[in-house]
Design a protein around this ligand. Structure first.
Ligand SMILES: *Cc1c(COP(=O)(O)O)cnc(C)c1O
Length: 360
């Protein structure tokens, strides 16, 4: 077996131990004589899988009891619409802080449902930094403030979160949830597609505070109301059972490593290996993100010319490195180093980067 050095941006690497566990119990899950995929979502066997995943997430992120955990479908992209559908209307204003393409997409959906103001943006500098907290314009009477905690495409990440003067803070954490401890009580709602840091695509995690649910719009299609999924424990319709099972196994894996604090230390060390290679290259590699905004999850960098970048990507691919091309919207190179990417893969990439520089 030859596992690739997988730096895909999403869907992305999964822990080898989790894949092996899933493989071992694929045909006969916990004595049921069938795979998890074949269980009824109304059975007690599936119920245990579902609730175990919720409990592990609550434990790992220290989610207070006045927050509900939901497993939805439709990706982060459906959350771009569900958030304003539930919490915005024509007589209200939502505040969007723009730090990349995903923030813009979220903003575009909100504009369909109510007023939108932009409380901060780094678009003028190709989203290479996170705006300073004291530069943000938050008046305190908005319906909510929306941020993207990690900008997958541009490689920037919020280090600290803004004080929103009591306004609910809503965050798209698709690409850095569970990569470090966060204070959930600072947020009204958090959402994340699973396919970067939590498991396979097809599951979206939503963490929402009870008092927001009370204020939500009621005149919506049943499937698009958060309250529907709260009342039914995310079992209103058939959930993506196998994806939720794998998500639970990924959570158990993080727990076994020592939880999010331990993962954070590992993530910092992994990112340092690659950023050091950039910083010590005398300008052969240049980073896209400003130093104080660098993401620990997506390292974005350029080489001197497009031709050299092509050569770098081709030689990297030939040596077993996958997924290093930057997003099609900005080009360049990007190494996505989510929780499941092993430290050895980052060290191998560093060695390759040094060797490529010396030859070119
Ligand atoms: C990948 C990504 C998305 C899009 O997620 P889908 O599940 O494909 O809808 C949204 N926001 C961020 C920050 C992402 O990284």
């Amino acid at each position: 077996m030859n596992r690739a050095y997988n730096f895909n941006a999403g869907p992305a690497a999964l822990p080898l131990a989790v894949l092996q566990e899933a493989q071992a119990e694929l045909l006969d899950f916990r004595g049921t004589g069938m795979s998890v995929m074949e269980l009824s979502h109304r059975s007690k066997d599936y119920d245990a899988v579902h609730n175990e995943a919720k409990e592990l997430l609550r434990k790992l992120l220290n989610i207070p009891s006045n927050y509900q955990i939901l497993f939805l479908q439709g990706g982060a992209s459906l959350q771009f619409a569900m958030v304003p559908m539930n919490f915005l209307s024509q007589d209200k204003t939502a505040n969007y802080i723009l730090t990349g393409s995903w923030s813009e997409k979220a903003r575009d959906e909100a504009e369909r449902f109510g007023q939108v103001k932009i409380g901060g943006s780094s678009k003028g500098e190709t989203y290479s930094y996170i705006p300073a907290l004291d530069s943000l314009e938050i008046s305190g009477d908005e319906a909510y403030v929306h941020i993207t905690s990690n900008n997958t495409i541009y490689g920037t990440q919020w280090r600290e979160f803004p004080d929103t003067k009591g306004v609910p803070l809503i965050a798209d954490m698709s690409s850095d949830i569970l990569s470090k401890p966060i204070d959930v009580s600072k947020f009204g709602l958090i959402y994340a597609g699973a396919q970067k840091n939590l498991g396979p695509s097809g599951v979206t995690v939503v963490i929402v505070r009870d008092d927001l649910l009370d204020q939500a719009e009621q005149d919506l299609p049943t499937m698009l109301k958060y309250s529907t999924h709260v009342k039914s424990n995310s079992l209103f319709n058939t959930p993506p059972t196998f994806g939720i099972y794998l998500l639970g196994r990924v959570l158990a894996w993080i727990d076994s490593l020592g939880g999010v604090k331990a993962i954070e230390e590992q993530n910092e060390a992994k990112a340092a290996v690659i950023y050091d290679a950039i910083d010590q290259s005398d300008g052969f590699y240049t980073d896209h993100a400003a130093k104080d905004s660098r993401s620990l999850m997506n390292v974005t960098f350029n080489l001197a010319t497009k031709e050299l970048e092509q050569k770098f990507l081709q030689e990297a691919a030939a040596q077993g490195f996958v997924g290093l091309a930057g997003h099609r919207s900005i080009g360049g190179c990007r190494a996505s180093i989510y929780n499941a990417v092993p430290p050895a893969a980052c060290e191998a990439l560093r060695d390759f980067m040094l060797a490529f520089k010396n030859k070119n």
